[in-house]
Ligand binder design. Structure first.
Ligand code: ADP
Length: 282
């Protein structure tokens, strides 16, 4: 069954801005999907539809096979956790624990269950030690992890994140990546990650939708989408830097590089060792 699906979704803001046009998006259960697009492409607008924050001007949305309507909005908000780009828009309780407890409390769960879920979410998101702190006193990376813990405590099946690496230093980006992959691999959570960071996409996703001006311009598995270099460049995106390097080595330097360019350091290492006829050690 599909975790999330949109059928011909279009959205126009009240001021007349056409933000989305005819979007057909689908996420299978357990997939990791990137919504890639330059600023203003419509990524946030689409994410806000996934848990009913916005209602389509036309078209439909299905969460786990059920159409999203006003009547089942509580079900949708429990199943689809949305993590905003700026944690300051999401965190407002005086302590980390109270912030994470907010969602489960809203669901009307008994106090013991709320406590168990908060403890579990703190553990999964590696926040032990900061639970009594004021969220505003945390680092940007910790704030982001508290925001994710808050949606995790509602036990969602899908987590949609808006620019999860925005304003993070490299170490915090690596930590968020590691934790997101854990949520997907160990808990089976479907991830939908909106980003304009093309270098991050091959690390966090196996399928991509490329948005530009509110429309889907490319969709498919990583390798397939990143082989459409011209289309990506025409919508103000680029190849991941690693792939760009290998494109130059192939086109300018005529090195015998295959049709699919490496997208990550691991893939690039294999390609280089292959070119040098050296067997990788592991
Ligand atoms: P992205 O997340 O890809 O940067 P957005 O979804 O934020 O893109 O924006 C898509 C389009 O909708 C842009 O043209 C943006 O200016 C417009 N937009 C976003 N929010 C609003 C709003 N509240 N009112 C009117 N237009 C908006």
């Amino acid at each position: 069954m599909k975790a999330l699906e949109t059928i011909s979704l279009s959205y126009t803001y009240p001021d007349g801005t056409k933000a989305l046009e005819n979007i057909n998006f689908a996420a299978e259960k357990g997939e990791k999907i990137a919504l890639l697009g330059p600023n203003g492409a419509g990524k946030s607008t689409l994410l806000h539809h996934f848990n009913g924050l916005l209602t389509p001007t036309s078209g439909k949305i299905y969460v786990l096979g059920r159409e999203v309507t006003k009547a089942n909005i509580d079900y949708v908000r429990q199943k689809v956790g949305l993590v905003f780009q700026n944690p300051d828009d999401q965190l407002f309780a005086p302590t980390v624990i109270q912030d994470i407890a907010f969602g489960p409390r809203n669901m009307g769960l008994p106090p013991k269950e709320i406590e168990e879920r908060v403890t579990w979410a703190l553990e999964v998101m590696e926040l032990k030690g900061v639970e009594s702190k004021h969220p505003q006193k945390l680092s940007q990376g910790q704030k982001k992890r508290v925001a994710i813990a808050g949606v995790l405590a509602m036990k969602p099946e899908i987590i949609a994140l808006d620019e999860p690496t925005a304003n993070l230093d490299p170490k915090a980006v690596n930590k968020i990546l590691e934790l997101l992959l854990k949520l997907n691999q160990e808990l089976g959570i479907t991830l939908i990650i909106a980003t304009h960071d093309v270098d991050f996409v091959p690390l966090c996703a196996d399928k991509i939708y490329v948005l530009s001006n509110g429309k889907t311009v490319l969709e498919g598995p990583l390798k397939e989408v990143f082989s459409n270099t011209e289309t990506l460049r025409s919508v103000d995106l680029r190849l991941p830097r690693i792939a760009h390097l290998f494109e130059i080595l192939k086109v300018k330097d005529k090195l015998p590089i295959g049709n699919t360019l490496p997208l990550t350091i691991g893939e690039a290492r294999k390609e280089v060792l292959g070119l040098l006829h050296v067997k990788p050690e592991n």
